[in-house]
Design a protein. Sequence first.
Length: 473
Amino acid sequence: MFDVIIIGAGPAGLTATYELSKSNKKVLLIEKKSNVGGLAETKIFGDFRYDIGPHRFFTKNKEINELFMEILGEDAVAVNRKTRILFKGKYFDYPLTPINALFGLGIFESISVGFSYIYARLKSRLKISNIENFEDWVIDRFGKKLFSNFFKNYTEKVWGIDCKDIGKDWAAQRIKGLSLLTAVKFALFPNSKKRPKSLVDKFYYPKLGAGMLWEKLESLINKNYSNNATIKKSIFVSKVKKENNKFIVQCKNAEGEIEEFSSESLFFSNPLLDFIDIFDTNKPREIIESRNKLRYRNHISVHLTIDKKLFDDNWIYIHSPDIDMARISDFTNFSSSMSTEGLYPLTLEYFCFENEEIWTDQQEKIIDKGIKELKKIFDKDFNVVHSAISKNSKAYPVIQTGYEKELQNIREWIEQFDDLVPIGRSGMFKYNNQDHAMATGQLAARNYLGLGEFDVWQVNVDGEYHEEIQNIN
């Protein structure tokens, strides 16, 4: 019997395992994939390495930052951020710079944006703005014209629902402190100390990909704490039940054999809705109803290594409505160690629901779509040296208007079961970043160890893009 079983070896699960194993607790970490890291995994196909999407590490949580640097050591690469928006065949700096916007939009469109912004701010000052959703939130801060040009299409491409149906708290989390006025201000005065979180222009990156961090943490646990921690990969949790004050976790391994493990406490970072389905207990009707009102967005990565440099951005947001691709990254712009000289590993990202055609398409068809859209964007000749895809179901919790009530119902129900703790983005159905996920695992472990009474739900509760510096010892 284990002290704690943890489902999911992403940032939250691995951090919790590390924290517990240092304290001589017997921990079992279960991962359905063959590699650790979750959505922060680096996909390796022979000599080719790709991240599932762009991952930058920046946090104001001092302990999490120190843990990141402790694990990576000399393998942490400092990266200057460069990201742009592609809209109607033109590139716009992100964050916005006034000269770029003026020449990109044209003077008349820029004037229109300015008047739209002034009108929105007047409405806000007169307190006649009614902010109920993502669209209202963005228009209030940027104006309707800029919202229509730069926010609407991309956001609906990612989430698959109308901006009016997206919760306003998602906007507050992703772009808190950023408005048209602040974007212009910090473009003109780039050295200001009071930059909004969305304007961070430097970040750290593991030199062999985001997954290197988690590969190294896995190795560290296996090397120094193997007497306390067991990591099982390629094993799928099919049922969880609680009997006689202990959790019984039933799994299927790669050979289809059934294995069973037990523990006094259970942390889970697999998707919340999946966990509800496999939790073998009496589920009240209202919990089933709440579960059915929530949903996740699936994510597809098209991985291409090509023989020509197309751009020097870390990643580009594709706001053009005639292109289904949402974002594209070149990982040699993160670290030169991600590829050999003359080859450029790219990840092209698409978002969908499970009932959409692209999710069920054959790999070759999806890759062909990615290549065609890439050529449409850059209009350059290049050769594809390697190609592959990654599919990640239930990657993003859909922050749909009204989801808070349903999530609260489920949370209160889960809290009735002693020692059952959701952690991480998927487990908590919370749009957290990598550092936030790490913090939830760390704090859940400290609660179990009796080192404090931390509410893991308070991590990023104020909608900040990054946690404020705090001491949680």
